[in-house]
Write a protein that binds this ligand. Sequence first.
Ligand code: UD1
Length: 369
Amino acid sequence: MTRKPRLICVAGARPNFMKVAPIIAALKARDIFDVVLVHTGQHYDPDLNDRFFTDLGIPQPDYRLEVGSGSHAVQTGTVMIKFEPVLDEVAPVAVIVVGDVNSTVACALVAAKKSVPVVHVEAGLRSYDREMPEEINRVITDSISDILFITERSALDNLRREGVDEKRVQFVGNVMIDSVLQNVRRATSAATTLGDRLPAGQPYALLTLHRPSNVDDPVVLRSLIDCMAALSDRLSIVFGIHPRTRSRIEGFGLSDLLAKSGIISCPPFGYLEMLGLIEGAKLVLTDSGGLQEETTALGIPCLTLRQNTERPITIAEGTNYLVGNDPAAIVRAVDEVLTSGGKTGRQPEFWDGQAGERIARALEQAYLT
Ligand code: UD1
């Protein structure tokens, strides 16, 4: 029997998992490639990792690189060193990388230097802020990718500006939204997730923070906790705390402030819990990229606590507002949303649950015809 051509799909960190799930499902349904899932181990805590595999029904990885945490150089370099022998052994027709984390750029670099085609899913997004490590990962990954799948049309303008050949770019929509639409009916209700930590029927805002710009500076982090504490007099604040943020809170001596703040502190949520919490929230306060898109898909107002976004369609067409991290601006924006109900938004083009299928079709054309 002839062997099916192999495709490596790379996943490393939490925001990758909801992107690879629909791609793997669509490829497996066609049954024309052998899909080899490589998990770099950038994220390893069960809260950021195992629960997502279970919630999203992702098959167990074929290879685990177990790179763990480290500086950007150590983490990126370790992924590269550990990925190279896997790439040699598997000998795929292409390597699929998603998003903008260190694992994305590391595996793309290894593949490109071995003349193995790189497929980048969620290409062309730009914040134009090189202080964000992800922006550097995006620019480098796109510059060495052979097929660039984009989630919104503005990404094509960004790629054109960087001289990327348009023939390599395909607008397929947003795989992250495939996952939202496939799973929202199974979402865990906020009442189940929060139990007696949130009185029944009490309105709440959902908060997540993990970007260096918000959590690495003690003055900024303290001012954000103070701001959320003040807001929690008006509506409950449910805070899912990323391990990186937890360690900063402890390291900066802010644990007491948080404990006394009235904020409902929780460990990071699983995927189905997160969907339920977004759906039930009055609004979401976040510096995450993915939540900006998920709130648009679910029609829930989102206040992004950053100075810029690489996902402008969530503002132009969706429910997102760019607020920054100045407490006065945050309070004003919350007031506006609570008074007006916030933007209702509309579904951006191709955020329709079919992006994984479009990608599978395009890969079949690219590597099998
Ligand atoms: C990474 C991504 C970021 C993404 C985020 C989502 C990069 C550059 N950043 O940031 O784009 O939005 O994931 O979560 O790739 N840690 C744990 N347990 C884990 C993983 C991390 O405790 O399983 C802690 C460690 O202290 C680690 C720190 O979090 O040093 C940072 O982890 P890292 O993967 O480097 O970056 P994130 O902040 O998670």
